[in-house]
Write a new protein. Sequence first.
Length: 565
Amino acid sequence: MPRKKQFKSESKRLLDLMINSIYTHKEIFLRELISNASDAIDKYYFKHAGHVDTSTFEIRLDPDKENRTLTISDNGIGMDADELEENLGTIAKSGSLAFKEQMEKKEENTDADVDIIGQFGVGFYSAFMVAKSVTVVSKKDGADTAYKWVSQGDDGYFITESDKEDRGTTIILALKEDTDDEDYSQYLETYTLENLVKKYSDYIRYPIKMEVETQKVKEETKDQEKPEYETVVEDKTLNSMVPLWKRQKSQITKEEYDQFYKDHFQDFQDPQRVIHFSVEGNVSFTALLYIPGRVPMGFYQQDYKKGLQLYSRGVFIMDHAEELLPDYLRFVKGLVDSQDLSLNISREMLQHDNQLKLIAKRIEKKVLSELNAMMSKERDEYEKFWNNFGLNIKFGVYNNWGMDKDKLENLLMFYTSHEQKLATLNEYVDRMKEDQKSIYYVSGSDMTLIDKMPIVQTLKNKGYEVIYLLDDVDEFVMQTLQTFREKTFKNATQGDLDLDSEDEKKELEQTAQDNKELLDFMKESLKDRVVDVKVSNKLSDDPVCLSAGEGVSFEMEKVFANAPE
Ligand code: ADP
Ligand code: MG
């Protein structure tokens, strides 16, 4: 009997945590073992510099209901005794502390939907979430002897010599007994296994095969009017192997892109736009992004989750990776696949974060350039986009105070007095009259009301365009921007607009002097309710108007008054 070896102490504690944790995604053990198998085949392939017959590569699933075992095998590089010891007897130290902390946090907060295992690359051990005992039989490429590693996941493992004909690794999971809460037998059902492979490992490059029962027409009856069927057991490849995003853009139809979107992102309507691109360099990745064709369900609710799906070499890692999208692009759906995100436990988390940041920057840039192109080349499409998601862009300007506001200002649109249509700020400035000093805006709840305001009439009579601010956030956007193409934004209902020529000013002064008594009388009568009473050229058809001073406008006062505490 070989001596039982102990797990390294740190590893053992982690193992306990993992096995006994209330980790909700027990099913991901399959993804982890399949991706290890795929890695092992990669390693074999690279070791032989590609001079091998790739057609024999395969990963196999073999559920055995009688013995209550699930076997996962591959014909990859295999492991010798030392490697079994090293790879399966220790959890690499560097990341393990962080992992442990996350695990403990997770126990306090079960809602946190973080993929701990994927994040820390302790994949193999996830087998113990569903298995009471794990047996690994492996034969290293080129070796004569095979070895067997067996563990109950408690405190140690045995390694002994074993029999195995061909190179590669076979992992046998003796599944736990079912409990009231947990159905482990499901992992013996071909149906469940097929679904799990589709869900997590569809894009693994090597075929994942399993014997499945199918109904087939009996050969000798196939010409009969009513052919007979029989149940046959056949090998079936469960994964499609080539991810859509890894295929040539020119080879992908709009229907395929749209279908993929609808299958993966909980929408039954086609997306408005597909953005599919690859980046090579410091960090390499492929992104497949979608701009939805409508506002997503629950978009304005607190629990709406932004973010992109994250894949590493075709293996699904997590949903809603928030770091990949700035807030103002939270409507973007899609995925990122990067081979640079090797989710190895030896990686420092920080480094991992930096990679994500680099990717996020490129994504932001790409989406913005697509939107700019849409605006200049497909105006109708852009207006459709703007109606769905313009509010987000406005919040983007407002929340990014000062910081590269120019990256978003060109995307803004507002309704204006020019044909009561949406206009960009560039269009507004292009149409400005020569003597016009500022960009004028007025806030209000609807365009007809704003249009009736005396100052709006005056500005329009002068041939000046007025921007209608209809959303609460709009005025804050103007305050954040301050200027556009060196023109100042000015609230037309506030302060002195300085619209008059020198002659007009003189005339006005004269009128004020001539009517001094009247004005003083009015001011006296209105007492504290007004700061001043003035004669003005601002009015064209109306006898009188109220005007706010500099600072907070009437409309902003309303917003503040309505704001929740
Ligand atoms: P990771 O895959 O992130 O390295 P795992 O815990 O999943 O972490 O696996 C630990 C190590 O065990 C792997 O790095 C690999 O060296 C080895 N290993 C696991 N499964 C296999 C396999 N099927 N064939 C060969 N080596 C394997
Ligand atoms: Mg792994």
